[in-house]
Design a binder for this molecule. Structure first.
Ligand code: F0G
Length: 471
């Protein structure tokens, strides 16, 4: 840990706290409804936190996606929207911001991350091909499968162990990748799908050394590397904190170096980039750009707006600039660490080390008596909402879905409930309330029973599935 870690900074000078690099200019009232009201809201939602109405939620940690607070500069940018159908001024601002901070050549805007995943998957994957990656993400894998590909997990083993303290649990296991190349042949691997940080592993980062080595291996075999850059800024912060030689480098420089080892990226701008909606695809190769720019007009909108209004692109361009400021990233990840340290001090089982965007509660650690086919993470998310109106999200067997070949549940090693922290939205006092509620739910763990699934949609079932209490 370096001297600028927010958690240790105060200790050097006795009691000197750190604080967010902003103050609050506008507030949105929230309140907690009664336990009885929460109980009926939960029944109505089929025990799925995605189906709750946000008016019934007190502290909303469902996701950090599109839930961040924009700055006064971004809101001012909204007023500068150039709503031309073609060639909006704001598109060129956005293109320049992505080129400047991520370093890629060609930009295709999309309405959000999965729009970009759709384009890249369709452009590059031929039916029957294999896409290796550092753990699956729900929408990413589904688009790869819909394009006819099969995703294969090549993340290091430590990523599947919630207790492993490995500093870069997002790393690709190069031996696993080499073995896969030997097995299926490099010509059957359109690209490596690399994510920084790895959401489903708990927001765990990839090291610079790992991406550099990955690039070398892929060069040897003529395989391209595409990056899910959704939380790559947060990944860059962990490199600055943990990797030798990066402590004095700005986040922006680390981000750009990391991206330079990849051939392009897709982005859900709703996370790192600090906007409520938006996304982009960025590539270096002309041929891929040509395909993606042609497809975007079919699925998203013209290639100079891709589903976003001009004002959205302006807010996004400004959001990108703000997102790479060191003070911002330090405070953002610092707040996640603050919550993580409280829970760790109380010996509550969470994924260690704490990741960039969320605390992941280890539901197997909470409920060893609830088997995975009774949905322990879903149960935990429901229990937390009932206790305090805090909304979290299942990231376990429900999210993993069914194997498209066998039709069976996929049983991931990690059975987690995610407390996702929006950027620049909640205070330290909110984090205290959340931690205390998690503690109360943990203390009541032995009396908690599992759930059964009573409705299951075909795609991305976690969004809309319904559950009921077991008898
Ligand atoms: N990649 C990652 C790593 C993500 O976390 C997400 C979205 C996407 C791609 C898709 O982007 O939502 O803009 O279409 N994750 C959200 C979450 C939904 O809550 O983690 P999108």
């Amino acid at each position: 840990m370096t001297a600028n870690n927010p958690q240790t900074m105060g200790q050097q000078f006795g009691r000197r706290s750190w604080a967010e690099p902003w103050k609050i200019k506008m507030v949105e009232p929230i309140h907690m409804i009664s336990r009885d009201e929460r109980k009926s809201a939960l029944d109505e939602a089929g025990f799925n936190t995605f189906l709750l109405r946000s008016k019934d939620v007190y502290i909303d940690l469902l996701t950090d996606s599109g839930t961040s607070a924009m700055s006064d500069r971004q809101w001012a940018g909204i007023m500068m929207g150039d709503e031309a159908y073609a060639g909006s001024r704001n598109f060129y601002r956005l293109e320049e911001a992505i080129q400047t901070y991520y370093g890629y050549r060609h930009i295709v805007p999309t309405h959000q991350g999965r729009g970009a995943e759709h384009l890249i998957s369709k452009a590059l994957i031929k039916p029957g091909q294999t896409i290796p990656g550092n753990m699956y993400f729900t929408t990413t894998r589904l688009h790869q499968e819909l394009a006819g590909g099969t995703f294969v997990d090549v993340i290091i083993d430590e990523a599947h162990d919630p207790a492993s303290p490995h500093p870069f649990k997002g790393n690709v296991d190069l031996d696993k990748l080499q073995a896969l190349i030997d097995k299926v042949g490099a010509q059957n691997i359109p690209y490596v799908s690399l994510a920084g940080t790895v959401n489903m592993a708990g927001g765990q980062p990839v090291s610079m050394a790992n991406v550099r080595a990955l690039r070398e291996l892929c060069n040897k075999h003529g395989i391209r590397v595409y990056l899910d850059a959704t939380r790559m800024v947060e990944n860059s912060y962990f490199i600055q904190e943990r990797e030798e030689g990066y402590a004095d480098k700005p986040i922006a420089a680390i981000l750009k170096e990391f991206c330079s080892y990849t051939d392009g990226a897709w982005m859900s701008a709703k996370k790192d980039n600090l906007v409520n909606i938006g996304g982009w695809l960025a590539v270096n190769h002309e041929d891929v750009f040509d395909l993606a720019r042609n497809m975007v007009v079919v699925y998203e909108g013209l290639h100079t707006y891709g589903g976003m209004a001009g004002r959205d692109m302006e807010a996004l361009a400004i959001g990108i600039e703000e997102s790479v400021e060191d003070d911002h990233v330090r405070a953002r990840v610092g707040q996640v660490l603050y919550l993580g340290e409280l829970l760790t001090d109380w010996e509550i089982p969470i994924v260690q080390p704490v990741g960039g965007h969320a605390i992941f509660l280890d539901a197997k650690g909470f409920y060893p008596h609830i088997p995975q086919n009774q949905f322990p993470s879903q149960t935990l998310a429901a229990a937390l909402y009932l206790d305090s109106g805090v909304r979290s999200m299942e990231r376990g067997v429900v999210s993993a879905g069914r194997d498209p070949k066998t039709g069976d549940h996929r049983y991931p090693a990690l059975e987690l409930t995610r407390l996702t922290i929006p950027r620049r939205v909640y205070t330290q006092a909110h984090m205290d309330v959340v931690a205390e509620s998690v503690k109360a739910v943990y203390d009541a763990r032995e009396q908690t029973r599992g759930l059964k699934m009573v409705y299951e949609p075909q795609y991305l079932r976690f969004f809309q599935a319904r559950f009921a209490e077991l008898d």
